[in-house]
Design a protein around this ligand. Structure first.
Ligand code: HEC
Ligand code: HEC
Ligand code: HEC
Length: 409
């Protein structure tokens, strides 16, 4: 008996040492791979720069725009779940030291497609990968990053290194792998078949399936349609205040998906960020005013073809509107989900704490809130004209004005 115990003890001891060793090995950091040398030299034609800017506005700015500089100098990613660690996006301006000015086109292309940085380190799911975007569109993004656009003007703001959690390091070793570099040229579908264009946009460019399936951790990156709960929603995401918000079901199920939506209603949801019932669609759902009408139609046509899933909408964390402490302008601010983009403290994607000084009169401030797209075409702020009722504007403007006094910029 004593002998058996001794043997069991020995085995346990060996296992413990092995587990400890594995933990140490995982904790060393994210895995590395040898990046392939890609021979690519993109010519920055004006068409490419313009196309690339449109793509960057849809694909990169939500994570890389720093509200303090207004440029792609990076920021703390408040909407990455804390279980994944403390994540910061990088400075990707042309700055040679702090940005990506020193990267070659081949290094950038390889990283954006596969997730393997030029130093070999694999960057997991908190940075998008575009393994199947067309060659021309990828080149256009690079042309834009090299251009003299103000968003990428060299800026000496240093990137803050991310601190991925043990879980992310573990998954990066056992579950997630870099995407493969394609072995053939990739072209964008020409649009004659809207369903094919829609599938390309939803799977290969705009990543709709990644947020709208069951869970980030179980996605099938190579065959998106095989992801569990494909397009059926339920994935628990975080908004910029760190509160849970569930991705809804966007299969054509009439009761729980968007089967009852019209094409026009869907297009407004994508480009204008309002549902057919008039309620605002909040971040992290991207706002896509850049989408063309044909692209919105193609997405709609494609989403009609995905298998229906019956999956009830789940209510995320609420910003309690019922409490007696929430009155007047603050109530309006929450009613229209201003905090979804600007934060409960006014510090979100665009800092509202300077608005009081910037907008001299309430007329000016209200004119902006009513229709920002008229004053700044292409802006990511939705137009509220016809949504917010007239008597609500005054208290809302007053509430916005005092945000700066509460915390000080
Ligand atoms: C979902 C958020 C997100 C989106 C969208 C995103 N990025 Fe990133 N990106 C990150 C994060 C976070 C990092 C830092 C990763 C790390 O910790 O190493 C990063 C890092 C990078 C780097 C590496 C920079 C360096 O010095 O290591 C480049 C280049 C880059 N991103 C380019 C892009 C481009 C181009 C786009 C648009 C096509 C884009 N990113 C879209 C989050 C994002
Ligand atoms: C970064 C994650 C993310 C991505 C990418 C994303 N969505 Fe969403 N989407 C969301 C979240 C979260 C909501 C819920 C917003 C809310 O509750 O206000 C949402 C809401 C929606 C809605 C409203 C549905 C309803 O019933 O309320 C539609 C339609 C939609 N998304 C379609 C798409 C399409 C099409 C794409 C690709 C072009 C896409 N989404 C990409 C996260 C995402
Ligand atoms: C979908 C995200 C989103 C929502 C929702 C949103 N905003 Fe904005 N808002 C923005 C962005 C982005 C900007 C910066 C505009 C730009 O530079 O193009 C902005 C700018 C502003 C500004 C101007 C700030 C300045 O310094 O000039 C004000 C004021 C403002 N928003 C108020 C509001 C109010 C009030 C609400 C709610 C009714 C609201 N916003 C809802 C995204 C949003």
């Amino acid at each position: 008996m004593r002998k058996i115990l001794k043997v069991v003890g020995l085995i346990l001891g060996v296992l413990l040492v092995a587990a400890g060793g594995a933990a140490l090995w995982i904790n060393r950091g994210l895995p590395s791979y040898a990046p392939k040398r890609i021979d690519l030299h993109v010519e920055g034609t004006p068409e490419r720069v313009a196309r690339g800017k449109r793509l960057a506005a849809m694909l990169c700015t939500s994570c890389h725009t720093d509200p303090e500089t207004g440029k792609l100098t990076g920021k703390r990613m408040e909407d990455v779940p804390p279980e994944f660690g403390e994540i910061h996006s990088s400075n990707i301006t042309r700055d040679p030291e702090h940005g990506i000015g020193g990267w070659t086109d081949g290094e950038l292309a390889y990283f954006i497609r596969t997730g393997v940085r030029r130093d070999g380190v694999y960057v997991p799911m908190y940075m998008v990968k575009l393994p199947r975007i067309s060659d021309e569109e990828l080149s256009s993004i690079l042309a834009f990053l090299r251009s003299d656009d103000a968003w990428v003007a060299p800026s000496g703001v240093a990137s803050v290194p991310s601190r991925p959690s043990f879980l992310v390091k573990l998954l990066s070793r056992v579950a997630w792998k870099p995407a493969a570099w394609p072995d053939h040229p990739i072209e964008r579908p020409d649009g004659r078949d809207p369903v094919a264009l829609g599938r390309y946009l939803a799977h290969d460019v705009l990543d709709c399936y990644a947020c709208h399936s069951a869970d980030f951790k179980t996605l099938d990156l190579e065959h998106p349609e095989r992801s569990p709960g494909y397009m059926g929603g339920g994935n628990a995401l975080l908004d910029i205040n760190g509160k849970v918000i569930y991705a809804p079901n966007i299969t054509p199920d009439e009761a729980t998906g968007i089967g009852a939506w019209t094409e026009a209603g869907f297009a407004r949801a994508m480009k204008g960020s309002f549902r057919p019932d008039g309620t605002p669609i909040r971040l992290p759902m991207p706002r896509l005013p850049e989408l063309t009408d044909d692209e919105a139609k193609a997405l709609y046509a494609f989403l009609r073809t995905v298998p229906k899933l019956h999956n009830e909408r789940r209510q995320g964390a609420s910003y309690d509107l019922g409490g007696p402490e929430v009155t007047g302008g603050q109530r309006v601010y929450y009613k229209y989900a201003c905090q979804g983009c600007h934060g409960t403290d006014g510090k979100g994607v665009a800092d509202l704490r300077g608005a009081d000084r910037k907008y001299r009169t309430d007329e000016e401030l209200i004119a902006w809130i009513r229709s920002p797209s008229r004053l700044r075409p292409g802006t990511k702020m939705p137009d509220w004209d016809g949504v917010i009722s007239e008597p609500e504007y005054g208290p809302l403007a007053a509430y916005v004005r005092q945000l700066g006094q509460r915390s000080g910029p």
